[in-house]
Design a protein around this ligand. Structure first.
Ligand code: FAD
Length: 432
């Protein structure tokens, strides 16, 4: 029998958009997300370039639409285990990981997390701040169900606890919950597994992990976000003081033959945005962006950079920083760089440095690609089909891709690709 449902893998903005488009066409969608909530990386951003819209304000309504849509089944905290069959007649095995909290009973009140005695580094906040061993992925999570992290929960580590069960008025805790396997019949698959952040600790010359006042761009996004760990206040990790000047370093790991040869595509613009936001929060603050060349190819991007220079005290320095050391007295990072316009070697001290780390395919991209039977390019992104007029197709019929898992791209481009992939998947269902 021909199947009339679509499996979407990844609940970032690309997967969400593809799911909503298909659902609005009357197609049944299973949206599989490995994290406890949909939202993807966009949920971690403060604002989005080039309009400086609040990221969560435009993302949250789409997340809620997904959850409430009668044609969408949300399968969060779940992963694809196997895909069999062929275009029009696939069968997917999906593993639903145990949350140890009953989704139907949990009301998201948060009392369990308040009383939980175990603190864990918070990945959602890019390592700034802590969460509890029972936690909601982020305040606006969809679904808003809590989840136990068994690797850190005292009870699961064989110690005495059970505080969350005692405190939960909804009786939602279920320590005996097991992973479940479900089988889905679908006619087409859309991969939207997004990206991960390249680990910059091997690039020791930039001082991340050694110098407290060197952050990554994602850490900066969380810090400047009102719902982040510092409630939107910029604070130097070394002393909690407000920085007066910031340096942004571009291409940390990207366009670097030792690491990732490709351009991560969104960093010139997100650094400009972050510098603008910092100045909006603190009008006395200035920023300097160290860049190789500015890649501002989108509509309105060049104007955005121009405004950053003229209205937001942003200085652009064409340079290749070679090393960051630290002023031992005040722990200010000192950038050693070659000004590639004048060919002079210079040093400059800043209160805080922000690294635009390379962006890589999701760590699961390779295993998902193997399961769904599509090829990846040399960098691990999903290879396009050989047809240049059908860039949403993959090397396997009936499997489409969109968003950052195909190649580095910003939110608007991810959404365009998602809508295109959705229409191609719908065409596949209709044409059989
Ligand atoms: C610091 C920074 C700032 C940025 N600022 C902006 C900005 O201002 N404006 C802009 O347009 N863009 C910005 N971007 C880029 C933006 O984040 C991406 O364009 C966007 O998130 C891509 O969406 P996506 O859905 O393709 O991927 P993602 O957001 O990465 O979502 C992918 C989803 O798939 C899930 N997933 C992964 N593997 C699996 C699996 N095996 N099974 C199920 N689910 C899986 C992930 O958990 C995730 O939820 C920024 C990026 C960074 C790093």
């Amino acid at each position: 029998m021909n199947q009339k449902a679509v499996l979407v893998l990844g609940g970032g903005i690309a997967g969400i958009q593809a799911a909503i488009d298909l659902a609005n066409m009357g197609t049944k969608v299973y949206l599989v997300e490995r994290k406890p909530s949909i939202g993807g990386r966009m949920a971690q951003l403060d604002k989005t370039f080039p309009t400086n819209d609040c990221a969560m304000c435009i993302l949250a309504p789409k997340m809620i639409e997904c959850a409430n849509h009668e044609n969408i089944t949300l399968l969060t905290y779940s992963e694809l285990a196997e895909l069999q069959g062929e275009s029009g007649r696939f069968q997917a095995k999906v593993i639903r990981k145990a949350r140890f909290v009953d989704e139907d009973k949990c009301v998201g009140c948060g009392e369990c997390a308040e009383k939980c005695p175990t603190k864990v580094t918070d990945d959602f906040n890019a390592g700034l701040g802590q969460r509890k061993a029972i936690y909601k992925y982020f305040p606006q999570a969809v679904p808003s169900t809590y989840v136990i992290d068994p690797d850190h929960c005292r009870l699961f580590q064989g110690k005495k606890c059970g505080v969350c069960e005692k405190i939960c008025k909804a009786k939602a805790l279920d320590y005996g919950q097991k992973d479940r396997e479900i089988i889905l019949d679908v006619g087409a698959v859309i991969m939207a597994t997004g990206f991960d952040l390249y680990d910059v600790s091997p690039l020791s010359e930039y001082g991340w992990g050694k110098s407290k006042n060197v952050l990554t761009a994602m850490q900066f996004e969380r810090m400047i976000c009102a719902s982040g760990p510092t409630m939107g206040h910029l604070k130097r990790p070394s002393d909690g003081k407000e920085p007066k000047n910031l340096a942004f370093i571009q291409c940390v790991g990207s366009r670097d033959v030792r690491h990732k040869k490709y351009c991560s595509a969104v960093c010139c613009m997100h650094a400009t945005k972050e510098a603008i936001l910092a100045h909006e929060h603190y009008p006395e603050l200035s920023s300097s962006i160290f860049y190789m060349d500015m890649r501002a190819v989108g509509k309105g991007f060049q104007d955005y950079i121009q405004r950053a220079k003229t209205e937001y005290a942003v200085e652009y320095i064409r340079a290749r920083p070679g090393r960051i050391t630290e002023n031992e007295e005040n722990l200010n990072p000192i950038i050693h760089y070659e000004d590639t316009n004048t060919r002079e070697l210079k040093t400059r001290e800043f209160d805080m440095v922000i690294l635009a780390q390379a962006l890589t395919p999701s760590e699961t991209n390779a295993s998902v690609a193997e399961k769904v039977g599509v090829s990846l390019d040399d960098f691990g992104f999903v290879s396009p089909s050989q047809d240049p007029l059908n860039p949403f197709a993959t090397t396997r019929k009936g499997v489409f891709a969109c968003g950052f898992c195909q190649s580095p791209m910003d939110v608007p481009d991810s959404v365009v690709r998602a809508s295109a992939a959705a229409s191609k998947a719908a065409e596949t269902l209709a044409s059989r």
